[in-house]
Design a protein around this ligand. Structure first.
Ligand code: FAD
Length: 580
């Protein structure tokens, strides 16, 4: 005789079989049957209560970005469902698997214009790789099992809508989840001819570089080894920061606006790009159109998507890089270009270091990042928000491969950092977790500091407050338009955080900064450090005006003065010196 179980409990059992042991969300009447199951199964499935459904999905997205495993969130019918969307899009855009459970009114009320009732499936059609409403209680475990398979298969979002009455019904407790059978990650091996052709092109190039993205996250060791062996300087997408240590003298970080000067210089100078596991969308602005291009990706549709390709290698990054390493000859003497790239990076590092002790009030951001870097553990997880703080984080965090960073990289939703910190701290309770936001992003989600306080999550939340939507202010400046709608009302976020149950600090100068970080170091629960920074635009490395030989000397003088760019040497001059 088969045992009976409530359909919602059976559904949670399937999720547990796939390794999901917690879920973020906010209850509603249409989600009662699942809330009942969450109560029943609290020993094996932890419910994390957030204060806005968007925070729940952004927390799950952040978690999945760091673990690579599926994460789960829920919302109830109507408004709860609508609130889920932002985090679902973040997961979709950054290619991570997520399961969203969505409440629905009881089946006898569906399609009757009932309270909070809506046709939910069309709303999720664009965001989801799997999007179904359960039709019978008996099928609930199977539908969720399929949903998780599809989320993993497509690295995307699976949505399961559950009419609340179905979850209460007793069904046979005999469903066998497919979790143990599911396989992924078998990629074609690189073709020998492609490896030979790629190495020939690299050998013939004068300024060859390695460019990698997050698809190469398991191949950091091979990237570093190939760079050293072939004397090719490295750079990456902003999102791939951390795969190679920032301190590696041959790694220039990224090109673009969320970028560094050596990154932009390298991209613009390269005559050959070995492009690995990236879909970097701004390449057209920075890479030479006629640069030779070797692309490694596991997705055939990505090869040639961003640049003309001379050699396309359909393979896993690590395997393809190992093949290149095995088939290549060591370049013994560092090339002039390789040395010039490293000299350029050293010049950039010296320039940055000139600001770390700045006692300017309102503060510069460099002393704040110095304090973060000094306090960061070897396995710290940094959750960066969207805006000027993305630029600052990518430039000033001193990361190495043991650490991780999340960002709403493609979807670029503000307010992603505090939720992602909740998600990553839940997944890794023993690691040090940071959220680093601007005041714009922080105020979109700051109510969920209560969540951090409720669960006593020892998250260090740093807020860089300049009373401006600074990233957009800079865009308005570039268009020559008046500032419109970008000034924002400030507040004492340290005091707000204290009122919400965290340890809050409001910092105006170096002394207060030291006090706040010293307290954060020994805190057992959440800390919010609101640093009042100057509303100064980060150095626009994407449009540098620092070379009097090729640019208008008066414009150069004005630019250097405005951005304190004294000491930055044009890469043209460095390269000429080495290649003379
Ligand atoms: P994805 O876009 O996720 O691409 C990964 C690629 O790897 C895919 O093609 C995938 O098929 C492939 N792949 C996956 N697994 C493997 C494997 N095992 N082997 C081989 N291939 C694999 N970024 C910048 O660099 N510069 C900027 O100026 C910039 N500006 C930004 C501004 C803002 C406000 C924000 C929020 C973000 C910004 N970003 C910037 C981030 C940027 O938008 C992109 O999201 C990010 O750089 C893309 O990273 P990616 O190419 O590494 O990852």
């Amino acid at each position: 005789m088969v045992e009976k179980i409530n359909a919602s409990d059976a559904m949670l059992k399937v999720m547990e079989a796939w390794g999901i042991d917690h879920i973020f969300g906010l209850p509603g009447g249409s989600f009662d049957s699942t809330m009942n199951a969450l109560h029943n199964r609290q020993k094996t499935m932890r419910y994390i209560q957030v204060r806005h459904e968007e925070v729940g999905t952004l927390a799950a997205a952040g978690e999945a970005k760091v673990t690579g495993k599926i994460a789960a969130a829920f919302g109830s019918a109507g408004p709860g469902a609508v609130h889920l969307l932002n985090g679902l899009y973040d997961a979709k855009y950054d290619n991570v698997p997520m399961l969203a459970l969505v409440g629905q009114v009881a089946t006898n009320m569906m399609n009757t214009d009932y309270f909070q009732e809506m046709n939910e499936n069309p709303m999720f059609a664009d965001v989801a790789v799997y999007n179904r409403t359960v039709m019978t209680a008996a099928q609930m475990p199977a539908v969720v099992d399929q949903a998780i398979q599809q989320a993993y298969k497509h690295n995307g979002v699976a949505v399961v809508t559950i009419p609340t009455d179905l979850g209460w019904q007793a069904i046979d407790d005999n469903f066998e989840p497919t979790a143990n059978l599911f396989q992924q990650g078998h990629y074609p091996l690189p073709r020998t001819t492609d490896i030979t052709d790629a190495l020939k092109l690299i050998k013939a190039a004068k300024h060859p570089i390695i460019y990698f993205g997050q698809g190469a996250k398991a191949a950091g060791q091979q990237i570093g080894a190939l760079s050293e062996k072939l004397k090719m300087p490295m750079m990456s997408s902003a999102l791939a920061k951390g795969i190679i240590a920032d301190q590696n003298p041959a790694y220039m970080v990224s090109a673009g606006r969320v970028a560094t000067k050596p990154g932009v210089d390298l991209a613009k100078t390269a005559d050959l790009i070995l492009f690995i596991g990236s879909n970097y969308e701004f390449g057209a602005y920075f890479f030479k159109p006629d640069a030779k291009f070797i692309q490694i990706d596991i997705d055939a549709t990505k090869i040639g998507h961003r640049h003309h390709v001379d050699v396309g290698i359909l393979a896993d990054a690590k395997t393809a890089l190992q093949a290149l390493l095995d088939a290549s000859q060591m370049v013994e003497t560092p090339t002039d270009f390789y040395q010039a790239a490293m000299a350029n990076k050293a010049n950039w590092e010296d320039w940055k270091a000139g600001f770390t002790e700045s006692d300017q009030v309102p503060m510069r951001v460099e002393p704040v990042f110095k304090a973060i870097n000094e306090m960061a553990n070897d396995d710290a997880i940094f959750n960066l928000d969207v805006g000027n703080v993305s630029i600052d984080g990518v430039r000033f965090l001193d990361m190495h491969p043991g650490q991780k960073m999340t960002l709403s990289a493609w979807y670029a939703t503000m307010g992603c950092a505090v939720p992602a910190a909740i998600g990553t701290q839940t997944a890794f309770p023993d690691r040090q977790v940071w959220s680093i936001s601007g005041d714009g992003g922080f105020t979109m989600v700051m109510q969920d500091i209560i969540t951090q306080a409720k669960y006593q999550m020892p998250i260090i939340n740093v807020v860089l407050s300049n009373d401006s939507f600074g990233f957009i202010e800079a865009e308005q400046d570039d268009k020559g338009q008046p500032h419109s709608g970008v000034a924002i009302q400030g507040a004492d976020y340290g005091a707000v955080a204290t009122a919400l149950g965290a340890q809050g600090f409001t910092v105006h100068n170096l002394t207060e900064l030291k006090t706040a970080f010293a307290a954060a170091k020994i805190a057992k629960g959440p800390v919010v450090i609101d640093v009042k920074i100057a509303n100064e635009r980060p150095l626009p490395v994407e449009q540098l005006v620092i070379d009097p030989e090729t640019q208008d000397p008066q414009a150069v003088e004005a630019f250097i003065k405005k951005y304190h760019a004294q000491g930055l040497i044009p890469f043209r001059a460095i390269l000429e010196q080495y290649e003379a």
